[in-house]
Each structure stands twice: as structure tokens, then as C-alpha cells.
Design a protein around this ligand. Structure first.
Ligand code: PNW
Length: 461
């Protein structure tokens, strides 16, 4: 195709719009074209791991439908499509042999997007770790960070002439804490101390990859974090304030401290003493992580309101509100209204988070995910009339604009997600899509929220 300049970080003159997906949630074709197994292929087979017993073997079949998906993104008229690359398609055993057919798929996807005037942004790790690397210790060992940087360079080499905006990790909090402490995500282990170790290796892998990618060609490398506004209930009580500080430590500071300050703070080390282990955190690690992002991505769904463990109003249903050994335990208070996944709807949380993240990092901020799980309630002439999702998105887009007006350097707002897809431990029971998928034949039908976002994009053009 004709040569275009690679898609770089938006300049911030306007708020750019986009939509996002992730490889395991949409692609299917998990054994095709030499793809190796990932920890999610394994974890989904564990009885009880996924609410409806499903997996991503077929998902939205996007591996065979990238043209159709690109048409759907183009129909929205948004600036960006954020996709993720499945590591086991590129390096099936995690290290060593490279599978060119896997690279070809993303190469075609990028060209399809560019041909339609959509800018591509790639995320290198949205949780599908090659199973052989997990068998060798997963994110608990340093070699996984090194393997990640090698894999990142393989993808970069193929796509960097067209893709200039790269994310290393998506939500490393989920990979570390849901994967190794709560055990509700792959690899399904339950020991808080392990999660802190995983957190360090995830950040190290990010930094190793970022350093090499930036050296290889001009590009903008960031990391996408699900930081959260922490709003303690009854903050005047010192015990609550202490619990809230521990929550803030593992949700926010464990990522931001090394990135922004090149250090882990005292309060964090009290909660996560593993991070003071010189065998884990080696000389030079924190210096490498320090300044290793050109931008920071924020995924926001809901605020976190911690209360003392055992407080009345709390719910333990959400993984946030469970007690994990080695991670501060607390009760998560959830106020109405909530979406169908039980997450409180509170747009002011996004505004506060964006202002605070921009101030704390002094980096450009991109909202890389925001969206809502709502079941299809009203269907008219075969189209889902999802007024609830439209209201959620409208209010959060307005909150993003307010953060910009308050001086926060926020440059993009990306909706989660293009398609109803495999929602991890919730299987196919929770739908976030702008486009409905008929599971029997994969027919894609845009919802009213798709038309709403398209109109929003038009009015900004
Ligand atoms: C994020 N939790 O995942 C991911 O980046 C997406 O892949 C996902 O589809 C989206 O948010 C909606 O859930 C999360 O249980 C999954 O706390 C679960 C949790 C948080 C984030």
C-alpha cells in the first residue's frame, strides 16, 4: 500500500476518539496458523473459572474477519482503533521461533485500517502470556520480562513503519493482582506476595521493551493502567485512611512510583515488603523504569470506595472487595446506579483521575478504555437500543472534556469496546460492545450507541 507516516501520539489540539478490542477477547482461531497456547487457553478450561464455562476459542472470529471489523471501525468515523497483539501468535513458545503467519494477520489488519483512514495503535500484552513461559515461572521470573522485550521487538520490526503509538501492557494490575493474588484471572494463583513480584517484572518488561523500541525507530511508547480514584468511606477514621492508603499503594503507586520517581515509596513497601528484596528489584531496574513512558493510558470504569473489612454496606462480589493474603483487605462500597457487571457508575471519578494522573506524571494522558456492560434490553427492528450505554458514554466523554478544560493534558478518549466479546471470568454473560454479535453465526449488528459515537465523531470533524 502507499506509504503513510506512522500513527504517532495525538498532539492534543483536540480530543481524538477511538474504540478498542483485545486479541483473546475477539480473535478465536486459537490453534490456527501456528499460534501457541496462552495462559487464558489453559485457565478457561479450569472448572468454575469462567461464569458460563466458555472460552475464547471462537469468540468474535475476528481472526477471519479483520476486513469486516475494519469496516465497522471506519463506519464510526473515529480517529483510532486500539487492538492488541497475541504473543503466542508471534512467538508460539514465548521465546525463540517466530511465526510469520501471526505477524501477517496484524500486518493485514493495520493496512485495512490505514486504507480506511483509521489510525492503528497496538498493545503488546493484553494478558495472553504464552503457556510455556508460565510453565517456566510466568511473571514471577525475570526471564519473562526479557522474553517480552524480545517479542516486542519482533512486532515492532514488522509494524513500526505504520504504527507509531505503542502500549506495552494493558492493566498490569489485573495481570498481577487478579492473576496471582485473587486467582480470578489467568494463571489463577492466590498469594498476594506473588502479585507484588509479578508487578515488578511487568514494569521491568515494559521498560526493557520501551527502551529498545524507542532506540529502533521514532515512536511513542506508553503503558495502559487501570488506576483508580480511591474514595474512602468515613475517611475521618484513621483506620479507614490506613486501609485506603494500602489500596492506593497496590492499585496506583506500585505503577506510578517507579515510572515517575524511579522508586517504591515507604508506605508501599510496608504493604508489599517483597519490593524491598534486592534479588527481585536489582540495581538499575528502577532507573530503567524511571521515565520509560512517553504517555500514560488510563482505563476507567468505576471509583473504588474502600471501607474497613466487615463494614455493613460493602459487597464482596467484585474482585476488588475480596481479601487476598498479602494484599490489604478492605470492603468495597458500591453505590447505585450500577451497570450489569455490578460496577458503580460515577463519571466524576474519571474527571478526578485524569486531572490527578496528568498532574502526577506530567505526561500526556490517553483514555484507552471506558465503557459499560449492559444487557440488550430494548431491541427495535433487530437493533439494540442501548440508551443506558449512550448515557454512560456521554457522561464520561463530558467528564474527559472537563478534565481538559481544567488543564489536564488528555489527548484521546477510546471506547471499550467495538464488539460484544469474551469478557474474561464473566465469559459471554456481560456485554460492553457498540456492536451486537449473534453467537450462532457471528453476524455483527451496530447498536444505537454505535450511531451515537459516529454522530459524536462527525460533530467533532
Ligand atoms: C478491563 N475486575 O478488564 C480490560 O482491559 C478489558 O479487557 C475488559 O474487557 C474491560 O476492562 C471490562 O472488564 C478488567 O474484575 C476485568 O476488577 C476485570 C476487572 C477489571 C478490569
Amino acid at each position: 500500500m502507499t506509504h503513510v507516516a506512522p500513527s504517532r501520539l495525538p498532539d492534543g489540539s483536540t480530543l481524538e476518539l477511538g474504540t478498542a478490542t483485545a486479541s483473546y477477547q475477539i480473535e478465536g482461531a486459537t490453534t490456527e496458523d501456528g499460534r501457541g497456547a496462552s495462559i487464558w487457553d489453559t485457565f478457561t478450561q479450569r472448572p468454575g473459572a469462567v461464569r458460563d464455562g466458555s472460552d475464547g476459542a471462537v469468540a468474535c472470529d475476528s481472526y477471519h474477519r479483520s476486513e469486516e471489523d475494519a469496516d465497522l471501525v471506519a463506519g464510526l468515523g473515529v480517529d483510532w482503533y486500539r487492538f492488541s497483539v497475541a504473543w503466542p501468535r508471534i512467538v508460539p513458545r514465548g521465546t525463540g521461533q517466530v511465526e510469520s503467519r501471526g505477524l501477517d494477520y496484524y500486518d493485514r489488519l493495520v493496512d485495512s485500517l490505514l486504507a480506511r483512514g483509521v489510525k492503528p495503535t497496538a498493545t503488546l500484552y493484553h494478558w495472553d502470556l504464552p503457556q510455556p513461559l508460565e510453565d517456566a515461572g510466568g511473571w514471577l521470573v525475570r526471564e519473562t520480562a526479557e522474553a517480552f522485550a524480545d517479542y516486542a521487538m519482533v512486532v515492532h520490526e514488522r509494524l513500526a513503519d505504520r504504527v507509531g503509538l505503542w502500549a506495552t501492557h494493558n492493566e498490569p494490575w489485573c495481570a498481577a493482582y487478579l492473576g496471582y493474588a485473587a486467582g480470578v484471572h489467568a494463571p489463577g494463583r492466590r498469594e498476594g506476595g506473588l502479585a507484588h513480584r509479578a508487578a515488578h517484572h511487568l514494569m521491568l518488561g515494559h521498560a526493557m521493551a520501551a527502551e529498545r523500541m524507542r532506540a529502533a525507530s521514532p515512536c511513542d511508547v506508553g503503558i495502559v493502567l487501570n488506576l483508580a480514584p480511591i474514595w474512602p468511606e468515613r475517611p475521618e477514621r484513621p483506620e479507614v485512611a490506613e486501609v485506603a492508603d494500602g489500596v492506593d499503594a497496590v492499585r496506583n503507586r506500585v505503577w506510578l512510583n517507579p515510572l515517575v520517581d524511579g522508586a517504591y515509596d515507604e508506605g508501599l513497601l510496608r504493604v508489599a515488603p517483597e519490593l524491598a528484596d534486592p534479588e527481585l528489584v536489582r540495581d538499575g531496574d528502577l532507573e530503567l523504569v524511571h521515565g520509560s513512558a512517553d504517555w500514560v493510558g488510563i482505563n476507567y470504569y468505576t471509583p473504588v470506595r474502600p471501607d474497613l473489612p466487615g463494614a455493613d454496606a460493602a459487597t464482596h462480589d467484585h474482585p476488588e472487595g475480596q481479601a487476598y493474603p498479602g494484599v490489604p483487605s478492605f470492603d468495597l462500597v458500591v453505590r447505585e446506579p450500577v451497570t450489569d457487571i455490578g460496577w458503580e457508575v460515577e463519571a466524576a471519578g474519571l474527571e478526578e483521575l485524569l486531572v490527578e494522573t496528568a498532574r502526577r506524571t506530567a505526561l500526556p494522558v490517553l483514555v484507552m478504555e471506558n465503557g459499560a456492560a449492559y444487557a440488550d434490553r430494548a431491541v427495535v427492528d433487530g437493533r439494540v437500543q442501548d440508551d443506558d450505554r449512550i448515557a454512560y458514554l456521554r457522561d464520561h466523554l463530558a467528564a474527559t472534556e472537563r478534565a481538559r478544560a481544567a488543564g489536564a493534558d488528555v489527548r484521546a478518549y477510546v471506547v471499550w469496546t467495538l464488539l460484544d466479546n469474551f469478557e474474561w471470568a464473566e465469559g459471554y454473560t456481560k456485554t460492553f460492545g457498540l456492536v451486537h454479535i449473534d453467537p450462532s453465526d457471528q453476524t455483527r449488528t451496530p447498536k444505537a450507541s454505535y450511531d451515537w459515537l459516529a454522530a459524536e465523531a462527525r460533530s467533532r470533524a
